[in-house]
Design a protein around this ligand. Structure first.
Ligand code: GDP
Length: 392
């Protein structure tokens, strides 16, 4: 049976130009007895052994009152580890969650197939619908232009053919050939390191926890770094995610501790334990651009004293529209983003944001959040996404 161990107070010094600092770290992990049995109490029998009397006291009165039996405090029982689902096929499984976006894109299809002539006004309405779905003005114009030409050239009004044209054009806008590989595989004899950035409230910590689950579901081993040290609750939240699936969480016991020190320690721990991936959660305060740049820059520099950072994933809330795009721009200016995690796509009719954000940042959406459940984070697949939008 497994029990939780808390190992406290490992002191780590981060040296050099990254800014030295002392951080008392709490590491949580589970351990189990080799035979799966609870550890035996001292003495091995669970009973108290009376010591013989000390020399010179042998003649002491023979009546010895045995002490009351000592009961070992019951060790807290950790719930059994969960076995997360593998990540493959998740988007197809969760496609129903895109229903609100599907109605937006479904109405485009309906307009294309309506009995009336596709005049200028009809094409304008289609363009407006795409813009309302947050696709972005330029991509919406391009798509309409393309479709308009194709419908004219082919002269088709056959529903299946029109749908196929729309599908192909949407796919082009989504960049079917963008490399969406998540670089989370151990390489060069050390773990891959993933830094997760974004504004608080976007679902960042949840995304880190769910990414860890997905990787563990795929058979990897993971260490989490709680470098969002500005909210004590963030470290607790992350540790809860980690504990559920057996990923160790490296955190500070002090609110406001140096995030770079925690990140450094998480990576050290990942190297020491020989895990596949270290995922570092960072603080997402909306503060000055210079402050953000300094903070993320320092975290990255300090990690890279040990190993390279393989992925910098930006978490964006799909429901925040233009505001989200503005945030994305700021993050892209201060750090090299390698991929986007678009959360809360289940709560919006604005699925077109996938296109807009990729266009804005020039980096692919790699993962999408489609609900609040632990396994509701899916690798993004443009074809499955388009099919879901068009109700195929
Ligand atoms: P953080 O402040 O960015 O770390 O945000 P949290 O991870 O604490 O998440 C904020 C809220 O968003 C929580 O209630 C999450 O359950 C919720 N959330 C995160 N991702 C998704 C998603 O994909 N869909 C929905 N519906 N809710 C989400």
């Amino acid at each position: 049976m497994e029990e939780a161990l808390i190992i406290a107070a490992v002191v780590v010094v981060v040296g050099g130009g990254g800014g030295a600092g002392l951080v008392a770290l709490l590491r949580s992990r589970r351990s189990s007895s080799p035979d799966g049995a609870p550890d035996a109490p001292a003495g091995g029998t669970g009973t108290t052994v009376l010591e013989p009397p000390a020399a010179g006291t042998a003649t002491a009165p023979a009546t010895i009152t045995p002490p009351a039996p000592v009961t070992e405090p019951a060790a807290p029982q950790a719930p059994p580890l969960e076995r997360p689902l593998p990540s493959a096929g998740r988007l197809a499984r969760l496609r129903g969650r895109l229903a609100r976006s599907q109605s937006a894109f479904g109405s485009v299809l309906l307009s294309l197939l309506s009995g009336s002539a596709l005049d200028d006004q009809a094409w304008e309405d289609i363009e407006d619908t795409l813009i309302t779905a947050d696709m972005g003005v330029a991509p919406a114009q391009q798509l309409v232009e393309q479709l308009r030409t194709e419908v004219k050239v082919t002269g088709t009004r056959d529903p299946a053919e029109v749908k196929a044209l729309l599908r192909a054009d949407l796919l082009v806008q989504l960049g079917p050939d963008l490399d969406r590989t998540l670089h989370t595989t151990r390489h060069g004899n050390h773990p891959a390191v993933v830094l997760v950035v974004g504004v608080n409230g976007t679902g960042k910590t949840t995304a880190v926890g769910r990414l860890a689950r997905a990787l563990i579901g795929d058979g990897q081993t993971v260490v989490l770094g709680a470098a969002d040290t500005f909210r004590a609750a963030a470290a607790d939240q992350l540790q809860t995610w980690g504990d559920r699936v057996g990923a160790e969480t490296v955190r500070s016991d002090r609110e406001g501790a140096d995030p770079a020190s925690v990140a450094f320690s998480a990576v050290s721990e990942g190297i020491e334990r020989g895990v596949d991936t270290v995922i570092v959660d960072t603080a997402g305060r909306l503060h000055t651009k210079t402050g953000l740049m300094d903070e993320l820059g320092k975290i990255k520099r300090v990690i890279e004293k040990q190993v390279p950072v393989d992925e910098v994933l930006l978490v964006l809330d799909a429901t925040t529209g233009q505001n989200g795009l503005r945030q994305a721009r700021v993050f892209a200016e201060v750090t090299d983003i390698t991929g986007i995690i678009l959360t809360k796509l289940d709560g919006t009719a604005k699925g077109g944001i996938v296109i807009a954000v990729q266009r804005e940042l020039g980096v692919p959406v790699k993962l999408v959040g489609l609900g609040e459940g632990p396994d509701d984070l899916a690798p993004f697949d443009p074809e499955v996404f388009v099919d879901a939008l068009l109700g195929d």
